[in-house]
Design a binder for this molecule. Structure first.
Ligand SMILES: [Zn+2]
Ligand SMILES: [Zn+2]
Length: 340
């Protein structure tokens, strides 16, 4: 094994820095060279001079922030393609989080670090599944790194939603979901479950669905909820941003059943305080079991942990002889919590 990744990967105030490569991964402020794991706003910030990411992530970034702010120079790297940057071999591997989401695998003088970005292990019809890669240091997220967080199969939660729709045919089901990833996954899961009627969208969700469609994801008919005749929404499923489901916007719907799709819905109190009648535990992040299984699978003797419940995970891996380190990078996980 070559030099330990701790000698060439540094945690700086701007974020994780690959020193020989001269680039940051998901930097928290504008930098000269950035490698971006995925297009969520806490990972893909505007204003970098040079951006390297998957084709899908670049398209989503341009749609979110405009072509100019998405990076002065944008370079796409295909899945598994190897790019040499000053002696560092860089590859992007699927992370299974949202469309285009990638892990950044870096090999330098024979030692390898993998930065996962955000990831999950449950199958998702809207993105490629996570590919474990052996490494010397694995940098993992820890959004749901407590034993209490166990996500049921998403299909099971979709079945609960459809059972409620069948039970209350005169009411409108409005489901809170984050605009990038969760929304399109819900639509795809509903289609898989046989729901072929229109799925109505709050205006704030339309743009990201258009990018998914343009990149080949088939989402079916998605009319705008705001202009729909009130009668059309009786018995319908409406998707809206988490902030809109319990406010004035939702009140015009027919006796709405307020649902929310998020890993946080495991916490009953969290659902209650947000006025959620039908909590759906559907997450785009790994749960406790997935985090631990993934760490064991990649076989890294050392794990660096970012945004979330670092301490519990570090304690758990130490019991298996794995060295853990909390990166304490400030700024991740600042999307709306229901984005999880
Ligand atoms: Zn994310
Ligand atoms: Zn994140």
């Amino acid at each position: 094994m070559g030099p330990h990744p701790a000698t060439w990967m540094r945690s700086l105030p701007q974020g994780l820095f690959c020193e020989p490569g001269g680039f940051f991964i998901d930097p928290l402020r504008a930098v000269d060279r950035a490698v971006i794991t995925h297009a969520h706003s806490d990972h893909a910030r505007p204003g970098h001079r040079h951006v390297l990411a998957t084709r899908e992530t670049l398209a989503l970034m341009r749609a979110r922030m405009g072509a100019e702010r998405a990076g002065e120079a944008q370079q796409a790297l295909g899945w598994g393609e190897v790019l040499g940057i000053n002696g560092v071999e860089v590859r992007l591997l699927p992370a299974g989080h949202v469309l285009g989401s990638a892990q950044v695998a870096m090999t330098y003088r024979g030692s390898r670090a993998v930065v996962s970005g955000d990831y999950k292990r449950q199958a998702d019809p809207t993105c490629r599944g996570f590919e474990p890669a052996p490494c010397d240091v694995f940098v993992t997220e820890a959004t749901f790194a407590l034993p209490v967080f166990r996500h049921p199969p998403a299909g099971q939660e979709i079945a609960r939603l459809l059972a409620s729709v069948a039970l209350f045919p005169e009411r409108t089901h409005v489901v809170g979901c984050y605009a990038l990833g969760k929304c399109q996954r819900l639509i795809a899961l509903l289609r898989e479950a046989g729901w072929d009627r229109p799925i109505y969208l709050h205006g704030a969700l339309a743009a990201m669905c258009e990018v998914y469609s343009a990149l080949g994801q088939r989402l079916g008919e998605l009319p705008a909820a705001t202009v729909a005749a009130k009668g059309a929404l009786v018995g319908a499923i409406v998707l809206a941003p988490p902030g809109a489901v319990a406010d004035r916007w939702a009140r015009r719907l027919a006796d709405p059943v307020v649902a929310m799709a998020s890993g946080w819905m495991r916490v009953r109190q969290r659902a209650k305080s947000r006025g959620v009648e039908l909590p759906l535990v559907i997450s785009d992040h790994a749960d406790w079991d997935e985090l631990n299984a993934t760490i064991d699978e990649v076989g890294a003797p050392e794990v660096w942990v970012t945004h979330g419940q670092e301490d519990a995970l570090i304690h758990a891996v130490a019991a298996r002889g794995i060295k853990g380190r909390a990166l304490r990078l400030v700024g991740y996980g600042e999307e709306d919590e229901a984005g999880a």
